[in-house]
Structure formats: structure tokens, C-alpha cells
Design a protein around this ligand. Sequence first.
Ligand code: KG4
Ligand code: ZN
Length: 363
Amino acid sequence: MKILGIESSCDETAAAVVEDGVCLLSSVVASQLDTHSKYGGVVPELASREHLRAIVPVVRQALDEAHTNLTDLSAIAVTAGPGLVGSLLVGVTYAKALSFAVGLPLIAVNHVEGHIYSVLMDSAAEREPILPPALALVASGGHTHLYEVCGQGRYRLLGHTRDDAAGEAFDKVAKLLGFGYPGGPVIDRLAPFGDPRAVRFTLARMKGNSLDFSFSGLKTAVLRWVQQHDLDEEIAARRALLARDPSPSVEQWLAHTPRRTLDLLASFQYTVIQELLGHVRLSAAEIGANAVIVAGGVAANEGLRRAAALEPNSGSPLTFHFSRRTLSTDNAAMIAAAAFPKLERREFAGFDLKAQAALALTC
Ligand code: KG4
Ligand code: ZN
């Protein structure tokens, strides 16, 4: 059974065809990076306009690459939320229209559940199912959430960020230092050139739920460090570099980044990773989970993957399952994969389906 997935919750217009929830036949992602990077973040109005432009060719390309006609499909799945409402609306309206025109069932998918399925689809394909209770960390530009995966389609929220998401912290720190948008990939590539213990950052302990996150204090600590070290000249040089070349190589960045700033980047990334892994250890122990799913844009982080791979050395019982790098950031394959169990359960959406900016993931 083939499902066409459609994703437009933020700044990527994506479509994919997935067979039986596990076999990826195509995955097309049209990024809007060029549109938003000069503003240092996503501009919602521009995002909706770009989705409108891209959605038809992206869906057509996904069907072509999968050698699939609309008549070969069993359902159309679409992200209904959470996300930017104007962006979501484009995907939801298009999916509704297509489903009505070709007479296929419509399936609404929660974007965060989609991220979790970017990992579950691979474990199912390899016939190594991740058994409950499992822990899922979804860390992206919009979310830093910890869930207990209690069973198929059943989740319990254990903790979430009270302010900035982890990816958002990467983006804000990169913007502040003149590294452009998005910040995660560039900080990830430069962090190995600095000393992660050079700058000691401490994160505030949470009152109330100790499994909640807060990254805004870290962002402010970085800002304070920058103000104390007079980085104006190097920041201006990096901004000029970006204006000449929108995607500089690591060598180009290194030529514009003194050692102390590389140390700052390494220390910032190290602090975020320690915070994420610390919360993972605590919550896994609380629910008795050994399997940890890590998904969302921040799951692409090499430093996080390396630190997680070292966990068993410290006697930790945790087994980490990361999404493949290509499926860590937003894509539609995860949406089609998450829709498959809903198709089996015949959990269909009506044409009154609405785009919802804040859609909680619950069981
Ligand atoms: O999942 P995603 O594509 O979109 C949301 O649902 O938000 O995540 C995008 C976020 C951005 O904040 C980006 O900076 C971050 O993921 N990101 C990374 C890396 N690649 C993307 N963060 C850290 N390291 C990376 N390698
Ligand atoms: Zn996402």
C-alpha cells in the first residue's frame, strides 16, 4: 500500500511516496533556505508564498521518482500541525483537494509524530522493532520534547522546553555570531575545531518538572560572552563572507573565525548535548526504557551522535536510534510512514480538517 505524504509545516515543501510504511520510494524536499537566510530566520509570510509556488512540482516529482500514478496510491497523508499556520494551510488545502479529486482517503499526521516515525520506519524495515516503553527525544527548530512511546500511536509527554527549542538556540547563537541561518549545521561542522571545555556554561535547574528544558539562559550567556570579547570585526567579516557566498566551506569559515570563537562554539554545542543527554538519562530511568529514539533537525548533529555512541562506555544501558541524516530535518517520508498504521486502523480525516499551529501529541 503506497501513501503519498505531504509536509509544509515550516520552511520546506516536501512530498514522498512510502510503501507499507517502511519502503521509501521517493522523498523530495524543496528548501526555502535561500529565501529566509538573509533574514536570519523563517519569515512566515514568505514561507506560505514559497509553499504555494513549490507544492505542485514537488508532489509531481515525488510521484515521478516513485514511478507511481495517483491511481496506485492507497491514501494521501498531510501534516496538520503543529507549525506555521499559513504554511500548514497550503499543504492541508492541497491534500484535501487532491484527495477529493481522486477519491483517496485523507490522513492527518502530527508533525512531531512524523519525526518519531523517521526512526520507527527504519527499525521496522530492518525488522528490529523498537519495543515499548521507549523514550523519544524530538529536538528541532520548533520543538525539544521528550515522550514516552507507550505503544503504536500512543505517547506521553514527559518534558518539553519552556522557552527556546534546541535547534532555535543553535540558530540564534549562529545569527548573533554572523554565521547565518540555519545555525545547527555550521556550528556542528566548526565545533570539532574548538575546545568544548574552554567556556563553562551552567544551565538553570528547572523548578517544577525537572525533565523540562530551558535554553534561553544559555543563549543569553553566549550573548554576554560576545559582549565581553569585542567580536564586532570578526562578526562583520563573516557577514560579508555570507553576502559574497551563501554557503561557505569549512575552510572559508575557519579563515574568518579565530580560535576563541571556535572554543565558544564547541563549548556551546557541548553544553546543549550534555543537557539533552542528561534529560534522556533521567527520563529513560523514570519510565524504565532502554531504547531511545532521537529525531528532528538536531538529531543530525555529529557531536550528539558521537556522545550518544559513547554512552555504553559509562555503563549506561541505553541504546540510541537516530533518524538517518536525510530524514532528520523536515521531510514528507516521515509523514507518509506515520500515516501507515492510521491507514491500517482506517483513521481518516474529513474535509473539515484544519491546519493547527499548536497541535499537541497525545495518545
Ligand atoms: O526538524 P527541522 O527541519 O524543523 C523543525 O521542525 O523545526 O529542524 C530544523 C532545526 C534548525 O534549528 C537547525 O539549526 C537544526 O534543526 N539543525 C541542527 C543540525 N542540522 C539542523 N542542529 C544541530 N546540528 C545539526 N547538524
Ligand atoms: Zn520538524
